[in-house]
Write a protein that binds this ligand. Structure first.
Ligand code: SF4
Ligand code: SF4
Length: 372
C-alpha cells in the first residue's frame, strides 16, 4: 500500500511564526540547492527541506541532519527567484527542532516566545535576590570593592554548578533523542565515529564552513569572535577555579595576571564578534532577512553578559561601589539566563550542529576523497 502523506498545518504555522513566513512562496525550482556551497551532491538541501516544511512534516524535519549543515549564510535566500528565504525557513526549522528535543517542552516554548521574556528574566532575578537575602548579602558591602563580598564563591558554586548540571542534563537527553532519530539512518558504531569527530572539530576550529558563505562574507570572522570569545572565557573560568581551589588565591586578581589578561581579551573578542554579527545582519538584511526573535534573543543575552562583565570591572577599578555591585548582579543574572536556558536557546545549535556534522562526515560517499 502506498504511503499517504498528511500535511500538518500546525507545524507549518509554527515554522511561519518562527521566522519562516515566506515558506509558501517556494515553487521547488531547486536554485537554492544549486547555489548552496555546503549542500552535498548526493544529498542536496534545502529544496527538499522546503517542501517538507510546506507540508509540515515535522518528523522528517527534526531528524534531518541537513538542517544543521546549513550555516545560515543566506546565499540561497539571495538567489531564490520567489523570495522564499530558504535560509530563514531552515533557521525556523532549527528552532522547532531545538524545542522538539529539549525537555521539559514548556521551557522551550517560553524561550521561543517574546511574551514570556519578562517571566524568564524574573526567575533568575528573584532567585538570586532570594539567595542573597537568605544569606545576609542583600546590601552594598562597605570598604574595598570585592565582588566576593556580595556573593561569596561558595554561594556562586551552590547556584551555578547546579545550573550548569541542569543544562548538561537537558542537553544529554536532547542529544540522545536526536542521535537515536538520525542513527536509524547511520550504520556505524561509536568507535568508528572517532575520525569523523576529529575531522569535524578541526573544521569547526578553522570555521571552514563559514568561509564558504558568499552573500554574508563577514560571517566567518564574526562567528570566530563569538566562538573564541566563549572558549577564552571558559578557560578563564577554569583558571579561576584552579587559582581558588588549588592555589588558594582569591579575587580580585592583578590586572596583569594571566587569568585577567585571557579574560579581558576574550571579553573583547566576544564583544567584537557579536557586534560584527549585528552589523552583518543589518548590512545584508535586504538579501538575507533580518533574523527572528530567537536569533535576537541570543544576541541580546550575549551583549548583556559581556557588557555587564566589562562594566562591572571598570566601575570596580573606578571604585564606584553603588554602580559596580548592581552591575555585577546584572552580570550574574545574565550568566544564569545564558546557561539555564541554553538547551532551549540558539546556543543549542553548537551541540546539535556538531553531532549532525559528525553524522554527515561519517556518511559521506566512499568515493569522496574527504570521507572518513
Ligand atoms: S526556496 Fe526558492 S530557490 Fe529554493 S526551491 Fe523554493 S523557490 Fe526555488
Ligand atoms: S543559508 Fe547558506 S548554508 Fe543554509 S541552505 Fe542556504 S545557502 Fe546553504
Amino acid at each position: 500500500m502506498a504511503n499517504v502523506i498528511k500535511p500538518d498545518i500546525s507545524v507549518v504555522k509554527e515554522i511561519i511564526s518562527s521566522g519562516g513566513e515566506s515558506l509558501k512562496k517556494c515553487y521547488q525550482c531547486a536554485t537554492c540547492s544549486v547555489v548552496c556551497n555546503l549542500s552535498p551532491d548526493d544529498n542536496p538541501f534545502p529544496r527538499k527541506e522546503m517542501i517538507n516544511a510546506q507540508w509540515g512534516l515535522k518528523d522528517r524535519l527534526v531528524s534531518d541532519p541537513n538542517i544543521w549543515l546549513c550555516h545560515q549564510c543566506s546565499d540561497c535566500t539571495a538567489y531564490c527567484p520567489r523570495g522564499a528565504k530558504p535560509g530563514e525557513v531552515i533557521g525556523a526549522v532549527r528552532k522547532m527542532t531545538i524545542a522538539h528535543y529539549a525537555v521539559p517542552g514548556f521551557l522551550a516554548k517560553m524561550v521561543g516566545n517574546i511574551k514570556y521574556l519578562p517571566l524568564l528574566i524574573a526567575f533568575p532575578v528573584l532567585f538570586l535576590l532570594a539567595v542573597l537575602g537568605a544569606t545576609g548579602h542583600l546590601h552594598i558591602p562597605d570598604g574595598e570593592i570585592v565582588f566576593g563580598h556580595l556573593m561569596p564563591h561558595t554561594l556562586i558554586d551552590m547556584v551555578f554548578v547546579p545550573v550548569a548540571m541542569f543544562a548538561a542534563l537537558v542537553f544529554a537527553v536532547g542529544v540522545l533523542r536526536f542521535w537515536k532519530d538520525i542513527h536509524g539512518q547511520c550504520k556505524c558504531s561509536l568507535a568508528s565515529l572517532i575520525p569523523a569527530i576529529i575531522s569535524v572539530k578541526l573544521d569547526i576550529l578553522a570555521h571552514n564552513k563559514f568561509r564558504k558563505c558568499e552573500v554574508n562574507k563577514g560571517r566567518a570572522l564574526a562567528h570566530m569572535g563569538v566562538f573564541y570569545g566563549f572558549i577564552g572565557l571558559a578557560i578563564t573560568t577554569a583558571l579561576a577555579v584552579f587559582c581558588l581551589y588549588i592555589l588558594g588565591q582569591h579575587s580580585p586578581y592583578p590586572q596583569l595576571s594571566p587569568l585577567k589578561i585571557i579574560g579581558n581579551i576574550s571579553a573583547i573578542a566576544l564583544l567584537a564578534g557579536i557586534t560584527l554579527v549585528v552589523i552583518n545582519r543589518l548590512r545584508v538584511k535586504a538579501q538575507a532577512g533580518i533574523g527572528s526573535y530567537f536569533d535576537w534573543l541570543f544576541i541580546g543575552v550575549i551583549y548583556t553578559v559581556v557588557l555587564s562583565g566589562i562594566l562591572a570591572e571598570v566601575t570596580r577599578l573606578m571604585d564606584i561601589a553603588m554602580l559596580a555591585y548592581p552591575i555585577y548582579f546584572v552580570h550574574l543574572v545574565s550568566v544564569f539566563f545564558l546557561f539555564f536556558y541554553a538547551p532551549y536557546s540558539k546556543l543549542a545549535h553548537m551541540v546539535y550542529r556538531s553531532i549532525a556534522l559528525v553524522y554527515a562526515k561519517k556518511n559521506e560517499k566512499k568515493d569522496n576523497p574527504f570521507s572518513v
